[in-house]
Design a protein around this ligand. Structure first.
Ligand SMILES: Nc1ncnc2c1ncn2[C@@H]1O[C@H](COP(=O)(O)OP(=O)(O)OP(=O)(O)O)[C@@H](O)[C@H]1O
Length: 270
């Protein structure tokens, strides 16, 4: 069970109201798997250069929501949606919006590290190559920059030609983050990116997320409320497919406005 009192470790992170650009605007989104409704009337504005955490009990729709943001849910034939998701003011459900175009802007990191069965170098070079970059020197530069950006360069620079499967789980996850950075996305979606990692690797990925938010907007699903409290600027609490509360992380954990949020963060359910 999660601890009863979740305090922000770094009190200097107190939310300061600065006018930020909206990256994603979710407007009355509903989603059904067949007859079962998994998301209900979701309205959420996600801000630029924020880390936005999505929390809530198992089955409340967290993964479904972030997989809707890059249209991954479309791979499931029984899925039906209504409402709008505007990414940089464009409705991602518009027929004219190509999914490939969206995914060059929006990268994703999954729960389990999923490197390709290729070398460390090729894992990172893959995205730029399929986007048509052929210049070897430029690809070398992108690979190094991405691995540095994912805080793994020093650990792998002498073994770039080795298979990625030889890396530890934590290193594989940072490699997957590097693979995501190589396509120079605007937004990074993370679906429980540390749940398969040990505490030290988790800390490294959390520190990395803090650095990455200087340049990217990050949306992270996490089961771990302490993690949400440590690393996020804003938190949305989902329950049974609805957003119960969405506010700055300090307020959500110290002074929630909804009784259900309070019950959840104090470990009374979930
Ligand atoms: N492919 C699918 N087909 C049918 N129903 C699904 C599918 N994926 C998810 N669901 C249902 O949608 C609801 C929300 O699931 P989702 O995985 O989004 O929740 P979650 O909050 O991410 O859960 P967890 O924390 O356990 O990963 C659940 O009732 C789930 O059973």
């Amino acid at each position: 069970m999660e601890s009863v009192n979740i305090k922000r470790e770094n009190t200097q992170k107190k939310h300061v109201e600065v006018k930020k650009n909206v990256v994603y605007k979710t407007d009355n989104l509903n989603l059904w798997y067949g007859k079962d409704q998994a998301l209900k009337n979701i309205d959420l504005d996600i801000y630029e250069n924020d880390v936005t955490a999505i929390i809530g009990p198992s089955g409340c729709g967290k993964s479904t929501y972030i997989k809707t943001l890059n249209r991954m849910v479309e791979l499931i034939p029984i899925v039906r949606t209504s409402g709008k998701i505007l990414y940089r003011e464009r409705n991602i459900f518009d027929k004219s919006y190509g999914v490939e175009e969206l995914r060059t802007q929006v990268g994703m990191v999954f729960q389990k590290p999923n490197p390709f069965p290729k070398s460390i170098y090729d894992n990172v070079a893959y995205g730029p190559k399929i986007h048509g970059i052929k210049d070897k020197k430029l690809i070398d530069e992108i690979v190094e920059k991405s691995l540095r950006g994912a805080a793994i360069w020093d650990e792998v620079k002498d073994r770039l030609k080795e298979n990625a499967y030889g890396l530890s789980g934590g290193q594989q996850q940072r490699l997957c983050i590097a693979r995501c950075l190589a396509i120079e996305p605007d937004v990074i979606l993370m679906d429980e990116p540390t749940s398969a990692l040990d505490p030290i690797s988790t800390l490294k990925v959390e520190e990395l997320i803090q650095e990455l938010k200087q340049n990217y907007s990050i949306i992270i699903v996490t089961h771990n409320m302490q993690q949400a409290a440590r690393i996020s600027d804003r938190t949305a609490f989902f329950l049974s497919g609805e957003v119960v509360e969405y506010t700055d992380t300090d307020t959500l954990f110290s002074n929630p406005s909804d009784k259900r949020t309070e019950d959840y963060i104090t470990g009374r359910f979930g």
